[in-house]
Design a protein around this ligand. Structure first.
Ligand SMILES: Cc1ncc(COP(=O)(O)O)c(C=O)c1O
Length: 395
């Protein structure tokens, strides 16, 4: 009971906002018995998301990780081949590569927007790889490099033009991991519309949620059909139960899709709220010594899925972990960055190229509460505590 009361007062990092037609659409599923992995809401949800992003095809999946797994499969990535990923990302991006027996190659992030650094992608491909017998070979690992998986981190787009140019030059596939950035814009194009394939997540902490869910997006009908085939147990003949390949049970349910349709109706409003929250943090924290605020590149509209600051302990007076503890004591949830994956045991056998930025970013990052439903009063409380910790004066 006490815990429940505490949770009520807690200021959470990023929680769902369920205030639209979710109940109505879910009730419709329950009333009509369409609760499982096919139904009108699945089709509707796929159509709405594809249309929003500007894609021809969308395939709803059970979560974002399964979407990545299948997208990599249908892109034709084979065991022992390599996929370039940012050194800073959630583990799911790299796990999906490992699921198919392939290997991530970790590329450093740039220090302004914390996205995969296109210059370092180019540097890796031109200095560390060699074209041989129709393949692009990583000279260190002797494995063939096949794809780039740019992850649009924290709501902000990767600088995609140079990535697409490099991919074309070196004959690599591009699969966008847009799990954190639905609704973001890159030069007036939606994030998720830029690579041959793209993946989304609708996990509970994302800008919209289906409880759990994901989606594969593409303009290529064959790839979309292949993806649907694999998420449906590779079913070749439903009547005779013929399966000519190993498939997966990765379909989203109609109930989840019903929630998704209701959430999509509110997405643009949610983005406005997220951007308002970011603006208020920017205004309140600008000039605080030792705190670097998140930046938005020209031509990019971030959705500020997470509002993440970088803290210099010497100037600010506290480290990111110490500030996390201080905020936690006030029932405010914050989050550290993901541990650099290249130094974790499952990825010790993967190549990491020039990790010059990622470790410092990891050690200094802290994501602040930024739920769509964060109230001005709650945000003031977060700002006040961060302000109270200032060791020096505002610079
Ligand atoms: C960058 C990134 N990729 C993939 C995923 C996986 O999505 P899911 O949790 O829906 O499996 C996430 C989820 O947080 C993510 O942040």
């Amino acid at each position: 009971m006490v815990e429940k009361e505490n949770n009520k007062k807690a200021i959470c990092l990023s929680v769902p906002q369920i205030q639209g037609n979710e109940w109505k659409y879910v009730k419709e599923c329950l009333d009509t018995n369409w609760v499982s992995s096919s139904g009108e809401y699945v089709n509707k949800f796929e159509g709405v998301v594809a249309n929003y992003i500007g894609r021809k095809f969308a395939v709803a999946c059970i979560n974002g990780t399964s979407a990545l797994h299948i997208a990599l499969m249908v892109a034709g990535i084979r065991p022992d081949e390599e996929v370039l990923l940012p050194g800073l990302t959630f583990v799911a991006s790299a796990n999906a590569v490992k699921y198919i027996g392939a290997y991530p190659v970790f590329i450093d992030v740039e220090s302004n927007f914390l996205q995969i650094d296109p210059d370092k992608v180019n540097d890796f491909l031109t200095r560390e790889c060699k074209y041989s017998k129709g393949k692009f070979i990583n000279l260190k690992t002797k494995r063939a490099v096949k794809a780039i998986l740019p992850v649009h981190l924290l709501g902000h787009s990767v600088d995609m033009d140079p990535i697409l140019k490099i991919a074309e030059r070196f004959g690599l596939k591009v699969i966008e991991d847009a799990a954190q950035s639905l609704g973001g814009l890159y030069k007036e194009r939606k994030v998720g519309s830029l690579g041959e394939l793209a993946c989304l997540s609708f996990n509970g902490n994302k800008i919209i949620t289906t409880g759990g869910g994901g989606m594969i997006l593409t303009d290529n009908q064959k790839l979309a059909q292949r993806a649907r085939y694999f998420i449906t147990q590779a079913r070749d003949d439903a009547l005779e139960h013929i399966h000519n390949e190993i498939g997966y049970n990765y379909r989203l349910t109609n109930i989840q899709a019903a929630i998704g349709v209701a959430q999509m109706e509110q997405l643009d409003e949610f983005i406005v709220k997220k951007r308002q929250i970011a603006k208020k943090y920017n205004e309140a924290l600008t000039g605080v010594k030792g705190i670097t605020l998140p930046q938005e590149a020209q031509g990019i509209r971030s959705i500020f899925w997470l509002y993440t600051i970088l803290i210099d302990k010497n100037s600010y007076g506290l480290s990111n972990k110490q500030l996390l503890e201080k905020l936690k004591a006030a029932n405010i949830e914050t989050r550290l960055f993901w541990h650099p994956l290249y130094s974790l045991p499952p990825f010790k056998d993967c190549y990491a190229h020039r990790m010059e930025v990622v470790d410092d970013v990891h050690k200094s990052g802290l994501s602040l509460p930024c739920s769509v439903g964060l109230t001005p009063k709650q945000q003031d409380k977060v700002i006040e505590i961060i302000g109270c910790c200032i060791a020096g004066s505002r610079g």
